[in-house]
Structures are given as C-alpha cells and as structure tokens.
Design a protein around this ligand. Structure first.
Ligand SMILES: NC(=O)c1ccc[n+]([C@@H]2O[C@H](COP(=O)([O-])OP(=O)(O)OC[C@H]3O[C@@H](n4cnc5c(N)ncnc54)[C@H](OP(=O)(O)O)[C@@H]3O)[C@@H](O)[C@H]2O)c1
Length: 321
C-alpha cells in the first residue's frame, strides 16, 4: 500500500515536468490595455497592487465588498470596482458576467483576498476554521475556476497571494498556516495543469507588511468575546501583540512590484519571496531545511549529505534556467 502511494506521488511529480503544449487557441480580445482582476482590493496588499497595476497601464477590476471601498477604488484612473466576496458564488458569477460584457477579456487574476484566524487547534470552533479555509483556500479555487475560460482565452496569468505561513507553522497560527500551506499545493497543481493552456501561474510569498489584516483579526476575536486566559495565554498575547505590530511594518510596495513582475515578465517566477528583511527570508529557508532533515534522518530510505547537496545544486541550476 505504501509503495502504491509512493508511485502515485512520483507519477504526479513526473507529470509536473511533462505537460504537452497548448491546445486551446489564444483569443486576442482587443487592442486596449490588458485587464486584471484583483480580489481583496479594498486595503493593504490588494489596494497597493491595484494602484501599481493601474499606474502601469493595466485596466484593473478591483474586487471589494463595501460600497465606500468601491467608491474609493472607482476614483483611481484605470480602475473599475467590482463587488466580489470570494465566498459568495452569486457574486463571483456576476463578476464574470461584468467582465465578459465589458469585452476586454481578462489577462490576469490576482487572488489576493484573505483573512487570518489565530486560535489553538483544539479550541477553535469548526465554523471559525471553515471561515478561514473558505476565504483563503476555497476563495482562490472558486474565483480561478470561474474566470478560467477567460484566462485561457488570453493565455494569461494567475497570481495568488500566499505567505511565509505557507511554509512555517506554529503555536496559535495553525488555522492561518493550514490555509496558506493549502495555497502552496493549489498553486503547484494549478501551474502544472495550466501550462498546457499557456497560462502562467505564480504565488507571492509576503513576509510581514503593514496592512489591515492584524486589526481585522483582533476585531473578530473581540466580537467573538475571546479572552486570553488559560493555558495559551502567553502565546495568544504574543500573537495579539504581533497582530498590532503589523501596523508598524513596512508598506507592501515590494509585494505590489512582485505582482507586477508576475504579470508582466515574459518568464515569471513560480514563487516570489517578498520579505522586508533578511531575517524573514532566513526563517523560511531554515524551516524548509529542517523539514528536509526530518524526512532524511533515521528514515528507512535516506541519502547522504553529499547527495543532499547535489540535489540542492540541481534544484538551484534548474530554477535558474
Ligand atoms: N500583511 C501581511 O503581512 C501579509 C503577509 C503574508 C500574506 N498576506 C496575505 O495578503 C493578502 C492580503 O491581506 P492584507 O495583509 O493586505 O490584509 P487586509 O488589508 O486585511 O486586506 C485583506 C483584503 O481581503 C478582503 N477580504 C476579506 N475577506 C474577503 C472575502 N470573503 N471576499 C473578498 N474579499 C475579502 C478584505 O476586504 P474587506 O475590506 O471587505 O474586509 C481586504 O480587501 C491575504 O491573502 C493575506 O493572507 C499578508
């Protein structure tokens, strides 16, 4: 049974590198600016991506949920606000209709909308965990699926906002990290599947930036009457302080630049690590090396240190090509 499972995993990985060329005809919809839909454009990273893309000549459909946010977005040149809650299928359908009717086609989708839920795993209500996964995982899945025909027709780009939490997990961050780990799997599979349609897929991996995400997280905890007392008090207070601290981090300009690169470079990266300092990059790499060590040390099948270094060299060479 274990061998069959291993063969299945290997077969899936081989398929990643052996996808045949495009089979769907490209449709040049018009000669105007390329259109991009950004979800979660009302604040933070999504708002910054919207501003940068619009300033650089893209036409941006900016997804938002509140009337005042839509009004603010509509005031930006080259931006059309679109009502879009990524958990509401009827709003996604309506957004597809709006984009289709406009006749610009759709070159790019930026799946950016996201929320953070922080709670101990054995205490979190199932509804709260569902909420976390509904926005961060089912959201990109639903929106990508709904716009896939338009994106295939334009041989376009799909960019999703992941996180360092797609690689790192720890006490209290389980729900958010689960969702962002799922985004990594989503993106890897999607990239392999969309290559046959000449649609390129990327994921942005931001570190800590100044946005509304911490404030929203604390507001939801307060609304639910969550208190910090009990065995998790120290960790919960640390996370709450961290969430407050997000407002003191750097503005997410570099994340917007990465989104622009993912949409405009002839050969975009699959992953854009965008962090405000070396420490956050090191933390992520150390975690990945730790996982390699855990999978290799004292296992039935493992490889020597030299083989590990040779594998790393090969990965570096292949990624740099
Ligand atoms: N800030 C960071 O340090 C950081 C680091 C790594 C990754 N990220 C990721 O970056 C993305 C953007 O977050 P942010 O940090 O910029 O936080 P933010 O300022 O709170 O922005 C989140 C955006 O998502 C929207 N949103 C929330 N639920 C939604 C739903 N159901 N449907 C549609 N839109 C929804 C929000 O809209 P409303 O205003 O209507 O709520 C808002 O526009 C998220 O995927 C997040 O996980 C952030």
């Amino acid at each position: 049974m274990r061998n069959r499972a291993a063969v299945w995993v290997v077969a899936a990985m081989v398929a990643v590198g052996s996808i045949p060329g495009g089979t769907v005809a490209s449709a040049q919809v018009n000669d105007g600016p390329r259109a991009v839909l950004v979800t979660g454009a009302s604040s933070g990273i999504g708002r910054k991506i919207t501003e940068v893309l619009a300033a650089r000549g893209y036409f941006v459909y900016a997804g938002a949920r509140k009337a005042q946010d839509m009004e603010a977005l509509n005031r930006i040149k080259n931006v059309q606000a679109i009502r879009l809650d990524v958990t509401v299928p009827s709003e996604i359908e309506a957004a597809v209709t709006t984009v289709e009717k406009a006749g610009r086609g759709l070159y790019g989708l930026v799946n950016n909308a996201g929320v953070a839920v922080i709670m101990p795993l054995i205490e979190i209500d199932e509804d709260d965990l569902k909420f976390q996964l509904d926005v961060n995982v089912f959201g990109p899945y639903r929106v990508t699926k709904a716009f896939s025909k338009l994106l295939i027709a334009s041989k376009g780009r799909i960019v999703t906002t992941g996180s360092l939490s797609g690689f790192v997990s720890g006490s209290m961050s389980g729900p958010y990290s689960m969702s962002k780990h799922a985004v990594e799997a989503f993106v890897d599979a999607l990239a392999a599947e969309m290559a046959r349609f000449d649609v390129k897929v990327s994921v942005l991996e931001p570190g800590n930036y100044q946005t509304e995400i911490g404030k929203s997280l604390l507001a939801r905890m307060e609304a639910k009457g969550r208190t910090f007392e009990g065995p998790y008090e120290q960790d919960m207070r640390r996370i709450a302080d961290f969430a407050k601290g997000i407002s003191r981090d750097a503005e997410p300009d570099d994340v917007a630049e990465a989104a622009f690169a993912a949409l405009s470079d002839p050969h975009p990266k699959l992953r854009y690590l965008v962090v405000p300092n070396q420490g956050q990059a090191d933390l992520t790499l150390r975690k990945l090396f730790q996982t390699v060590a855990e999978l290799n040390l004292g296992q039935k099948y493992s490889v020597s240190r030299d083989s590990l270094v040779a594998m790393l060299d090969k990965a570096l060479a292949e990624t740099g090509r």
